[in-house]
Design a protein around this ligand. Structure first.
Ligand code: FMN
Length: 267
């Protein structure tokens, strides 16, 4: 196995800066989504007050999309995602919170059209996000726990997004966040984390599993450990993004993967 090239810390930082500048240029053409929200205008602090996010000293051109899979635009899941977004912004990473809405999201029909077009045959917000995956750097999927599972909004959304555009997510860090009143959080987290680990995505960690408890945003804000877990997740994701950018600038590319073998359990 060949060793990765050795470079000095100074050179790595220089390259990371160049990579960030390149990424900034790429973002110039980013399309707006209808229900997006910049976290800088939406963040809440641990005590529940809306606060401006202080200017970061080490701003990068990297951007994380946080998807709110709750039918409540500014409910408990949003409260948790906003805390992650604040920590990312404080670490110099741009964020955008995208709400899926409260209207039914169609499930995957398994028609296979996306296999040849790279787009879902049902042309809705799934395709709007799919088109932007390549220019985004990281993803956080947030969901309320509904019957010990992820919501009926984010589940069909992610099924179709990953079926159509799964390959585009490779190498981009992901994390899942859930909000529940009492139980079922780990089952929902396990479900959401599976989108990352089937698509070569590194999973950003935190100090605990990424859950908050509460039935209202106020209750969630009182879950101090949950809110701290969200902040740590944001910090870790920013760190991971910077490590990946520095590695890429130093010539460490994604592995060249083998052509996929699919045996369908027939031997
Ligand atoms: C249909 C439905 C099912 C729910 N199932 C669970 C559950 O299994 N476990 C739980 O702890 N809370 C459950 N809840 C409560 C929500 O998970 C909890 O209130 C969550 O924080 C709401 O987040 P939101 O404000 O972002 O929608 C359920 C709520 C609804 C509407």
């Amino acid at each position: 196995m060949s060793k990765p090239p050795k470079i000095s810390r100074r050179d790595a930082l220089k390259c990371a800066g160049a990579a960030a500048a390149g990424a900034a240029a790429a973002y110039a053409g980013v399309k707006l989504l209808p229900q997006r929200e910049n976290a800088s205008s939406a963040a809440t602090s641990g005590n529940g007050e809306h606060q401006p996010i202080p200017n970061s000293q080490n701003k990068t051109a990297m951007k994380v999309l946080l998807i709110n899979g709750s039918p409540h635009k500014r409910g408990c899941t949003f409260t948790a995602l906003s805390e992650v977004a604040s920590a990312l912004e404080n670490s110099g990473v741009q964020t955008e919170i995208f709400w899926l809405g409260a209207e039914a999201v169609s499930g995957c029909r398994g028609c296979g059209v996306c296999r040849s077009t790279g787009q879902c045959a049902l042309n809705d917000s799934v395709n709007a996000v799919a088109e932007r995956v390549s220019e985004l750097d990281g993803f956080v999927f947030g969901s309320p726990v509904h019957y010990a599972a992820a919501s009926g909004f984010i589940t069909p959304f992610l099924d179709r997004l990953f079926y159509a555009a799964g390959k585009r997510f490779a190498g981009k860090p992901g994390a899942a966040v859930v909000s529940c009143r009492r139980a079922g959080s780990t089952a929902a987290l396990e479900q959401l984390n599976k989108y990352f680990t089937i698509c070569n995505m590194p999973v950003a960690p935190s100090q605990y599993w990424n859950m908050v408890h509460g039935n209202s945003p106020d209750e969630v804000r009182k879950d101090l450990e949950g809110m701290q877990t969200m902040r740590t997740l944001g910090q870790n994701m920013a760190w991971l993004l910077k490590c990946i950018a520095a590695g890429r600038a130093a010539g460490i590319a994604l592995p060249a993967y083998e052509a996929r073998v699919a045996t369908n359990f027939i031997r």
